[in-house]
Design a protein around this ligand. Structure first.
Ligand code: ATP
Ligand code: MG
Length: 557
């Protein structure tokens, strides 16, 4: 039970606890039912962590079921990507199913509904169906085809399947209640005709396809699902879910429970919008590191642990809300702070010559991989006469609060010596091109006596460091709620969501880093080796997240 595992509890786990205690169920069975019409996003992760997490903790089973009843938008590519993402998040399914596995059974159940007078073939077109349906305040009117005989309905439905009628000419509808206050119960469509589609599982076998509201309860019941968890917009569909199962001969009746969707600031989550971003090339693909897709977050450098702990932190409730992006970012900071080795990388190099350090010498100095975890060991950083520091770490003049290098001031080069800046050399435009410093050979591993050093900055040897490309990713949208008030969400795209720095200098230990390896670049943030564009010996780094939440604020050192 959830209480024993230390897993977070929520109202759904409470219901499950009660169902186990009362003996209603001996074992729990959930499912995650994505439609393969796009890549999974962070919202899906919430549903995955919930469904697979319950199966893990109770224990029970969780199926991965593709809700593939709309072949016009679904593709094999998405099926494979979804399987891959679920596994990457750390879960495995007990059974892999497709709603299309049940097409024949669904058809048989439709015949049963027709035989018992609970479904009819309707000849109204889509426009007319809308007219007849009524509104929230007015009841609908019965279709003129509602009272067809069972024989005629059977004949017509069989001929629908046989391909005798064109698209849109007929539907199979449930016969429920045109006056119901719930519009979903006003004789909803169960089947529609779709010719000429090649379904990724069933090929050209079918020209009628069952509707989601009809397919879903039956698929759940056939799989013996005990708790069918879905998002709140399906609350009004629950009476139909129950109606379908109450009106066919089927042993199992899963309980549908709704929870609120995850909404996240500074991004969009609807598959329609994500598809548009990809198709119109506002991003480089579904796995662009700025996308809220699992594939994007993964390439960005997020870990499965961070995404799972984010989902758990957000929790499962019935109240709608929008989660701050900072919550997601903190989940990865928290994980990587503990596990990411530290490295030194200069993003905006400024050359420093240490005048009193011999030209023909270099020193391999030990540098700890993690300040709080000695078990992570050390690597060597090479100290030489010429090093790079970041341009942002030098000012000709600054007040005492400035903890970096100033002309005439001293600063520690991390893992190495204290240096003093003697001279800033400028080009004809007055831009600083090089610093001349002197080092104090007596300051390795301890501070000088009687003098105050301003702070510690990072550096890389100019002769041993290597140039590398670093990509600074930021939020894809510049407003918390893109497309707010009916505006075009594309107008809210953040023009600075990607800055490519091609002249960065990385310490020698990083040149052999391999795809997916994550590091903290000291004082800069967390970075991952890009899995797509890196080459052996030439890694490209993606910024996962800065060290602190500096969005909208000016980062002070
Ligand atoms: P969209 O409306 O963007 O196409 P969807 O809900 O139709 O998304 P599905 O593939 O049908 O996407 O979703 C699979 C499962 O994931 C469903 O159970 C759905 O409720 C859940 N899900 C989708 N988006 C979210 C979200 N933002 N938060 C929580 N669960 C979600
Ligand atoms: Mg859906």
């Amino acid at each position: 039970m959830s209480g024993d595992s230390g897993a977070p509890t929520n109202f759904i786990r409470q219901i499950i606890d009660d169902d186990l205690a009362s003996g209603k169920h001996a074992r729990i069975h959930t499912r995650f039912p994505p439609e393969p019409n796009g890549y999974l996003h962070i919202g899906h992760a919430k549903s995955i962590v919930l469904n697979f997490g319950i199966a893990q903790d109770y224990p029970g089973s969780c199926n991965l079921r593709f809700d593939d009843t709309n072949p016009a938008k679904e593709e094999e590519e998405f099926v494979e990507a979804i399987k891959d993402d679920v596994r990457w998040l750390g879960y495995d399914w007990d059974a892999l199913r497709f709603a299309s596995d049940y097409f024949e059974q669904l058809y048989e159940y439709a015949l049963e509904l027709i035989r018992s007078g609970k479904a009819f073939v309707c000849d109204l077109d889509a426009e007319q169906v809308r007219e007849y349906r009524g509104t929230l305040t007015e009841p609908g009117r019965p279709s003129p085809y509602r009272d067809r005989s069972i024989e005629e309905n059977l004949d017509l439905f069989q001929r629908m399947r046989a391909g005798d009628f064109p698209d849109g000419s007929r539907t199979l509808r449930a016969k429920i209640d045109m006056a119901s206050p719930n519009i979903n119960m006003r004789d909803p469509a169960l089947y529609r005709i779709r010719h000429g589609l090649i379904h990724h599982q069933t090929g050209a076998e079918w020209c009628i396809y069952p509707m989601y509201d009809y397919t879903h309860p039956i698929s759940d019941a056939l799989e013996g699902i005990t708790h069918s968890l879905c998002t709140l917009e399906f609350e009004d569909h629950r009476p139909l879910y129950d109606w379908v199962l109450d009106n066919i001969t089927i042993a199992c009746h899963p309980r549908q429970i709704e929870f609120s969707r995850l909404n996240l600031e500074y991004t969009v989550m609807s598959k329609r919008r994500l598809t548009q971003l990809v198709q119109e090339k506002h991003v480089s693909g579904w796995n662009d590191p700025r996308m809220p897709t699992i594939a994007g977050l993964r390439r960005r450098g997020y870990t499965p642990e961070a995404i799972r702990s984010f989902c758990e932190a957000v929790g499962v409730t019935k109240s709608e809300g929008t989660v701050e992006m900072g919550v997601l970012e903190n989940s990865i900071r928290g994980h990587l702070d503990a596990v990411a080795p530290r490295r030194m990388v200069v993003l905006d190099p400024l050359k420093v010559t240490i005048s009193n350090y011999p030209d023909d010498t270099s020193e391999a100095l030990p540098a700890g991989n993690h300040p709080k975890d000695e078990s992570m060991g050390t690597r060597e950083v090479v100290f030489t006469r010429e090093v790079y520091i970041d341009r942002a770490d030098f000012r000709e003049e600054a007040n005492k609060k400035y903890k970096r290098l100033v002309l005439g001031g001293e600063v520690r080069l991390r893992n190495a010596y204290v240096v003093r800046c003697d001279e800033a050399i400028k080009d004809a435009d007055g831009e600083i091109v090089e610093l001349r410093c002197t080092y104090d050979p007596d300051t390795l591993g301890h501070n000088p006596e009687g003098r105050k050093v301003r702070g510690v900055i990072h550096w890389v040897s100019a002769t041993h460091g290597q140039r590398a490309e670093v990509r600074l990713y930021d939020r894809l949208f510049s407003t918390a709620n893109p497309g707010r008030g009916g505006q075009d969400f594309l107008d809210d795209i953040n023009a600075d969501s990607l800055r490519v720095l091609s002249e960065c200098v990385v310490e020698p230990a990083l040149t052999s880093a391999t795809a997916g390896e994550r590091f903290q670049f000291e004082r800069e943030g967390y970075f991952v080796v890009d899995a797509v564009d890196s080459r052996a010996g030439a890694p490209v780094f993606n910024r996962i997240v800065s060290l602190r939440d500096s969005w909208g604020k000016i980062a002070e050192d």
